[in-house]
Design a protein around this ligand. Structure first.
Ligand SMILES: [Zn+2]
Length: 404
């Protein structure tokens, strides 16, 4: 182990013996009491020295025997320590790809804030490289979203859509102007590939066909059609529910951007739950939806460029939070924002007892062995869920969340 105090957290002394790591309430911690010698010693924890060398340095500074190990243990338990050599074999492999890692360095630093143990952040970043995401819909939202996921280190980003790139699909970071007239899906896949920090393997049409929607860590539904955004069709998500594939909705409808829900099949509310709940609250809802769906498709609907990009970014952030092992706030909720006020609000998407997805039953704690399939998909994320819980777990004595 080569201990390193997480460099993402700025350090400051609150008084002579209390040090604060971090500035913002979300991740700041204070540590104390810390004597002056130990305070100076903290500077040596920069990831360049192993424990043996650190013990030697401590002896030279007249720090008592065992002090280094106690300090390292204490910092580690507080979640303040990284290991510049840790994270496992996948992390080692990523460390060997200097150019890729340099591109992802700020993302890695950010991951140190949401992981606990030394080396966990790089391990998590390396794990992103083995995830596969499919984005359905390559308009202003979907294409940017696909590029963001790819740029953030997701191993494979597949994009599905039909038709050709129209001038109004063009967006900075998404479909480029020079691609107008080209196939929309191929162009979006190329955009995603180019955004990748490494060189992801180019998938052939055949391998895409064979794998279709199975085996994806997450499917993002980012339809260009505004009715599909506002009232997602439960039958379209049926194969995802039955295969236990987590999926996330995102899009723009009129002047409103929508992110969520993130559907964990059988566990959180889905498009069917949303439909049932809306029908409960407004009996005319099905009649309206039927009219919207059968209405003539307008040539170009409303889709504010900045709203679309905001939705793409926030949806990508929720997707990453999930892929990294957390459960973001879009599980059980739709985040919505409307122009011009731009206040974000969360609308709950509750598991509905009339929906066949089974989330309502499971949320009552009636788990059966038959729902193992969806849990199998989730099992991959268990270790990281644990570390996410760690974030909110009780802090060891001597450390506490800073009041900033
Ligand atoms: Zn449901």
């Amino acid at each position: 182990m080569h201990p390193m105090i997480k460099p993402a957290l700025r350090r400051g002394w609150r008084d002579l013996c209390t040090v604060q790591f971090g500035m913002t309430p979300a991740h700041a911690l204070t540590l104390g009491p810390v004597d002056t010698a130990t305070g100076s010693f903290l500077d040596l924890l920069d990831g360049t020295r192993g424990l043996e060398l650190l013990r030697e340095e401590a002896r030279r500074m007249d720090l008592p025997d065992g002090h280094v190990d106690r300090l390292v243990r204490r910092l580690s338990r507080a979640g303040l320590l990284d290991d510049s050599r840790g994270g496992g074999p996948d992390a080692d492999a990523l460390r060997g790809k200097r150019e890729v890692l340099d591109r992802l360095r700020p993302d890695l630093a950010s991951l140190t804030l949401t992981t606990s143990g030394p080396g966990d952040a790089l391990g998590r970043l390396a794990a992103r490289g083995s995830t596969r995401v499919q984005v359905r819909g390559a308009g202003r939202v979907g294409a940017v979203l696909a590029a963001l996921l790819s740029g953030a280190g997701v191993g494979e980003v597949d994009v599905r859509d039909v038709g050709r790139v129209e001038p109004w699909d063009v967006a900075p970071g998404g479909l480029p102007a020079e691609a107008v007239g080209d196939r929309r899906d191929e162009t979006a896949r190329r955009v995603a590939r180019r955004a990748a920090p490494g060189r992801p393997p180019r998938r052939t049409a055949r391998s895409r066909l064979e794998e279709d929607s199975s085996g994806f860590s997450l499917v993002v539904l980012a339809p260009r059609d505004d009715v599909a955004v506002h009232a997602p069709d439960p039958s379209a998500a049926e194969p995802l529910l039955s295969s236990g594939t987590p999926h996330l909705y995102a899009g723009v409808v009129e002047g409103t951007g929508v992110v969520g829900p993130l559907v964990l099949p059988g566990e959180t509310g889905c498009a069917g739950c949303l439909q049932e709940d809306r029908t409960d609250r407004d009996p005319t809802w099905p009649r309206l939806v039927a009219q919207w769906r059968s209405g003539r498709q307008r040539r170009v609907g409303a889709c504010d460029l900045t709203l679309a990009t905001t939705v793409a970014s926030l949806a990508a952030a929720h997707a990453l939070a999930f892929l990294d092992g957390g459960v973001p706030s879009s599980a059980d909720a739709r985040w919505e924002v409307s122009v011009p006020g731009l206040h974000w609000r969360a609308r709950p998407v509750r598991a509905h007892p009339a929906c066949p997805c089974g989330a309502a039953e499971n949320s009552k704690g009636e788990h059966t062995s038959e729902d193992g399939r969806s849990h199998e998909t989730m099992a991959v994320h268990e270790p990281s869920e644990e570390s996410c819980r760690m974030t909110d777990a009780k802090r060891p004595a001597g450390t506490w969340r800073a009041h900033v």
